[in-house]
Write a protein that binds this ligand. Structure first.
Ligand code: M6R
Length: 608
């Protein structure tokens, strides 16, 4: 969602802001803008569309000189995407400017109050209310105005603020929207995410809810919402800066697909020691783990799909009942969390608003929450009782691939560990599973080698209107993710169905030539899925089958087959998803779309 970058220091702010915003493009946006103090006054430039429009408009920042500035990429929530609604916004005397990520829930009431005091509003945004409220409270002391505003606004926010009367500083504050502060010898930075400032510094501070950061060119201070100074620990970011570059690939998505062997290895290898699974980050003894009676997995989108696979794997191995919920449903359904239950929230970004709310709801009810998270220091990572990191590194493409693969592996490890401590599997079974896990990276490499074949196949379907994905059990969870990968970046309507459910309605949508992707990797369900293939074939469908090596007789029924190497059936998702990711990617590319920036989508959904 919206991206924020701010800089104060010795260099030209516009250069750094434009560069930083370009690193946040992956978050999704529809307009961009920046405000720079030129030594006398604040100047603002804004544009609709891609960042390059703003770059051209400002001659790459040259027309906006100054060493203090804030910039923003906006993903519209309140008010259409246009230049007026783009951030930064001004107060009425153009002496205070602000950028915002989040939603001010009580903006209508605040707007009414300000209108009665004579304020006029130029935009349809919730954000403008905040800058006018700052104007209302500002009597010469920015900190006093900010703390008063924070007491009035409700909702989620990350703000960057400049006061023309105090141009030696930038104020930054957040609640439930991400914001980091960085420091280098040449100045201080604010950003929504680490990649925006990684080129300039690896020294960052994670701003906590309702903390205020004040950035000077050579100093940094933090305050509580009551304006009391606080100390915070600096965090050194270990990420390889190249991880946030395209490295010669046409899209981040393609690059990230190719990073999956490494991601999978990085997620499991530190957790296998002397033939045993050691998950230190769980902070739970084997006895505590064995005592877990029920698991609730809560997540959104692809992370939810990983959770659906996790349910099958945990229930099968550890024999613990698992419920999987969409976070947006879980948080409002007054869930029953029983004695002995553990909640697992899964999130790449660690900032997804609904998942974070589900975590809080669970903690409020007194339940232990384990976060499976990719971004170190994110809100979910900080608020969960324990965190199992998926070591996927920065994921830039909106459509997740490598983080999803890492989530699967984290869930397998957890399932294996729980099964072992509960005595459901013995050393021999555990060894065999670990050996299978260790083969997955090279098997993924093999599947990635099919790229050209899948591209050719995808090119035949760039004109498709509807594509279906079917499967049973774990294959159904693979279908869910395969379908999402396709639709989110290629805009082809697609649905995933439990294969056995087809006859209860969906089969009426199958007509001559409809592509049905049938996933049949689970030995005990294979024959059943083949029957479903026969059913759709006889109604004219063109069937792409994804099955394991050795199932050659499927060629009698399917029109096109992709074979997956053999592994433990419980780990099949890690392999079968690779050609489906590639298929979605190449349908998108074939249609001429930018797979990294799908319309209307944001990488990190920080609002409800
Ligand atoms: O950051 P999160 O894992 O919490 O994000 C959840 C979903 O928004 C995300 O998985 C989304 O569905 C993917 N970008 C789809 O590829």
């Amino acid at each position: 969602m919206c991206g924020i970058v701010g800089y104060i220091g010795a260099a030209q702010a516009a250069d750094i802001i434009l560069e930083g915003l370009s690193r946040l493009e992956y978050r999704g946006y529809d307009s961009a803008g920046m405000a720079i103090f030129d030594g006398e006054k604040i100047n603002i430039s804004k544009s609709v569309g891609r960042l390059k429009v703003l770059e051209e408009m400002t001659h790459n920042g040259e027309t906006m000189p100054g060493c203090v500035g804030i910039g923003h990429t906006r993903w519209a929530t309140h008010g259409v995407p246009n230049t007026v609604n783009a951030h930064p916004h001004f107060n009425r005397s153009e002496t205070i400017t602000l950028v915002h990520n989040g939603i001010i829930e009580n903006y209508i009431a605040l707007k009414e109050m300000l209108k009665k005091k004579g304020y006029e509003f130029a935009t349809d945004t919730d954000t403008e209310v905040v800058v006018q409220l700052l104007d209302y409270y500002y009597k010469g002391d920015p900190m006093e105005a900010i703390t008063k505003v924070l007491q009035r606004v409700q909702g989620s926010y990350a703000f960057g603020i400049i006061f023309a009367e105090h141009p030696d500083r930038i104020y930054a504050v957040r609640k439930d929207s991400p914001l980091i502060v960085g420091r280098s010898k040449d100045g201080c930075f604010i950003a929504s995410d680490v990649p925006a400032i990684l080129k300039y510094t690896r020294k960052v501070f994670y701003v906590d809810n309702q903390e205020i950061a004040v950035l000077f060119k050579d100093d940094l201070r933090f305050y509580s919402i009551d304006a009391e100074e606080i100390t915070k620990d600096e965090v050194f970011i270990e990420w390889d800066a190249k991880a946030a570059e395209k490295g010669g690939y046409e899209h981040f998505m393609l690059k990230e697909m190719y990073e999956q062997p490494k991601t999978v290895t990085d997620t499991f290898s530190p957790r296998i020691k002397d033939g045993k699974i050691v998950i230190d980050d769980l902070n739970m003894t084997d006895e505590e783990l064995a005592a877990v009676k029920k698991i609730h997995i809560v997540a959104c989108g692809s992370a939810y799909h990983a959770g659906v696979t996790g349910k099958y794997v945990i229930e099968d191995l550890a024999r613990i009942p698992v419920e999987v919920d969409l976070a947006s449903e879980f948080r409002y359904r007054n869930p029953i969390l029983e004695e002995g239950a553990m909640v697992i929230v899964i999130s790449q970004s660690g900032e997804t608003a609904d998942t974070l709310a589900a975590l809080r709801e669970s903690k409020e009810k007194g339940f232990r929450v384990l976060g499976i998270v990719n971004v170190v220091g994110s809100s979910i990572a900080r608020e969960a009782d324990s965190v199992m990191y998926t070591w996927a590194g920065p994921e830039i493409a909106v459509a997740t691939t490598k983080a999803y693969s890492a989530q699967l592996v984290a869930l397998y490890l957890l399932a294996m560990k729980m099964a072992y401590v509960k005595g459901k599997i013995d050393d021999v079974e555990l060894d065999s599973m670990i050996e299978d896990l260790k083969c997955i990276p090279s098997q993924i490499e093999l599947l990635l080698g099919n790229e050209k074949r899948i591209q050719r196949f995808a090119n035949r379907y760039v004109g498709a209107k509807d594509i279906f994905f079917i499967g049973r059990g774990i294959d159904y969870s693979i279908a869910l993710e395969g379908s999402l990968k396709l639709k989110e970046i290629s805009y082809v309507h697609s649905e995933a169905y439990a294969a056995g459910e087809l006859k209860h309605g969906t089969i009426s949508l199958i007509e001559k030539g409809t592509l049905v992707t049938a996933i049949a990797t689970q030995p005990q369900l294979y024959a059943k899925t083949v029957s479903n293939i026969v059913e759709v074939k006889s109604r004219g469908a063109f069937v792409l089958a994804v099955t394991t090596e050795g199932n050659d007789e499927i060629e009698k029924n399917a029109d096109y087959v992709i074979y997956i190497p053999q592994t433990n059936p419980l780990f099949m998702n890690s392999l079968a998803i690779i050609p489906l990711q590639m298929f979605g990617y190449y349908v998108s590319v074939g249609k001429g779309y930018d797979a990294d920036h799908p319309r209307n989508l944001a990488k990190s959904v920080t609002v409800e």
